[in-house]
Structure formats: C-alpha cells, structure tokens
Design a protein around this ligand. Structure first.
Ligand code: FAD
Length: 280
C-alpha cells in the first residue's frame, strides 16, 4: 500500500481544568504539524462530559481543525440526541465516533445502554449521510461479548447499519489483529478498520486500564516494563520502540492507517508517527 493512502488520526480526552484545556491547545497545534486526517474527542460514560466534549470540539472546528466527537446515548433521550447532533451539524462537524459506551460508576439500573448499531441507525435515520461514522472494534474481543463470533457479527451489524469505518481497541499483539481481520473478511466486512494505538508512558496506569477494558499486555512486555520500576525515561524509550515496531508490522501487512490514543500528549505519539515516516 502506498504511503499516500495511510491515514492517521489523534484522540484526545476532554480536559477538565482551564490549565488542561490550554495544554490541549498547545498539544493539538503541535500534533497538527504532522498533518493528521482528523482529531477526535472522547465522551464520558453516561454522557458525563457532554458539554465539555461539545465545547472542545466546536472550538476546534471553528479554529479550522477536522474533528470528530465521540458519542453515545448515555442517559439522553432521542430528542436531546437530535439536538446535540444538529448542533454538531450546524457547527460544520461531519464526523462522529459512535459508541454504546459503558455504565457510569455509581449508576443503578435506571440507565439503559443503547448498542452502537442502534446509534448508527439512529444517526443515519435522522441525518442521512451527513456524518462519516466510525465505530469501535475489538481484535481481542469486547470483555462482555458472548463469544468471538458474536462480537464479530455485531461489528458487522454496525457496518450494516451504516458505519463507514472502525477503530480498534488498542492491542500489542499484531497476530490478534491479523486474525481478527481475517474473521471480519469472512463475514463480509469490507470497510477500513484502523488499529487503535496506545503509546506506552506509564506502566501502572496502562496495566490498570488494560485489565478493565480487556486489552492484553503480553507477559514479556509486562515483565520488561515492570523491570524499569519508576524509571519513566526507560519505560518511554522501550515503549516508543515497541509501538513503532508494532505499527511497522501492521503497515507491512496492510493496515490502512492508525488512530492514536494520545492521552493529550505530543510525545510519544509524535515520535512514533515520525519513526514511521508518515509525517509530512
Ligand atoms: P457495542 O458495539 O454496542 O457492543 C457492546 C457489547 O455488546 C459487545 O460485547 C458486543 O458483542 C455486544 N453487542 C453489540 N451489539 C449488540 C446487539 N445489537 N445486541 C446484543 N449485544 C450486542 N467509551 C466511552 O465511554 N467514551 C468514549 O469516548 C469511548 N471511545 C472509544 C473509542 C474507541 C475507538 C473504542 C475502541 C472504545 C471507546 N470507548 C469509549 C469504550 C466503549 O464505550 C466500550 O468498550 C463499551 O463497553 C462498548 O462500546 P461499543 O460501542 O463497542 O459497544
């Protein structure tokens, strides 16, 4: 595949404080120099960051950035969702990362999660083809999935409902992605699936997060990272090499590009993109 076709995008979370939002402006300006396809901004469980995500996304759009808000029904009804999507459309936003999301902690049985295929169908019904819709995919399988097959079939359901592309949960075992792609092809998925790439900076946070979302850190990588203890420079150096090599392997085997979980930091994402020769 020629390098012109390799697209990459950068994900942010909505910073809560004024200082965090200011840092985000610097980060996005730096990362924008690499010429990403678009940026995306996550959405808190249950819609808890609705206003903050919307504020950051609309500000980025008016500053000239191509940006995709992540979205789930959360606790919202159809009317509020139509209002939010209309506001996004009116602001010139034409991408959405459409998700079921998770139950926010501390919420009892009152909240009913809406599956992502239903959200995709809802957006298509009310907004036609205005939005480019990306959905989530899980090469190591979603932690709540009934089986490998069912998870792949539900992903197919999201494409059948109108999704244009998928972004994966992060993974460090490229074989999991290659096998997953084979299974997706077998059920007739032919839209692009972009590997989600999580750079490694903080081992303890990564380990905690990975356990919660079902992403596996291979034992040898855990052992290597544990051996560095609090030596953050060594963790970052090892992690940047490891993730750059992972991306190279994925590219060599036909990955259409990447979606980087930047954690609102310029590095190591920037270094990895440069290592891959993808920066302009
Ligand atoms: P779905 O695709 O709806 O799947 C959820 C589970 O239900 C799976 O186990 C699936 O097998 C099953 N399933 C799917 N469809 C059906 C159906 N129709 N009937 C029965 N079972 C079904 N979380 C956030 O809170 N905010 C974010 O901004 C956010 N961004 C993300 C971005 C990416 C790229 C990824 C990979 C994940 C993101 N997440 C985010 C996490 C995500 O919300 C959780 O993984 C959530 O548990 C599942 O969301 P989903 O859209 O994949 O759900």
């Amino acid at each position: 595949m020629s390098e012109e076709k390799i697209q990459f995008s950068f994900e942010f979370f909505p910073a809560k404080t004024e200082a965090g939002r200011e840092k985000l402006v610097t980060t996005r300006n730096e990362l924008n120099k690499l010429n990403p396809k678009y940026f995306s901004v996550t959405y808190g469980a249950g819609g808890s960051t609705r206003d903050n995500t919307k504020g950051i996304v609309t500000e980025m759009k008016s500053a000239g950035f191509d940006v995709a808000p992540h979205l789930s029904f959360g606790g919202d009804d159809e009317e509020s969702m139509i209002k939010l999507l209309t506001d996004y459309k009116d602001a010139g936003i034409n991408r959405i990362v459409a998700l079921r999301g998770d139950m926010p902690s501390g919420v009892g049985g009152s909240l009913q999660l809406v599956y992502a295929n239903e959200l995709v169908a809802f957006i298509r019904k009310h907004f036609g083809d205005h939005f480019k819709l990306a959905v989530a995919a899980y090469p190591e399988i979603h932690p709540e999935a009934k089986s490998y097959e069912s998870d792949v079939n539900y992903l197919k359901g999201k494409f059948d409902a109108g999704a244009d592309s998928a972004i994966t949960q992060y993974f460090y075992n490229p074989d999991a992605f290659f096998y997953f792609m084979e299974q997706c092809n077998k059920v007739g998925i032919n839209k692009p699936i972009y590997p989600g790439i999580m750079p490694i900076t903080n081992y303890k946070n990564l380990a905690r997060f990975s356990d919660a979302c079902g992403a596996e850190i291979p034992r040898w990588i855990r052992k290597r990272l544990e051996s560095y203890g609090d030596d953050t420079a060594s963790i970052a150096a090892f992690g940047t090499d490891l993730v750059s090599e992972l991306c190279e392997t994925l590219l060599d085997n036909g990955a259409p590009g990447f979606h980087f979980y930047t954690m609102n930091q310029v590095d190591p994402t920037s270094t990895i993109v440069k290592n891959l020769g993808l920066a302009d």
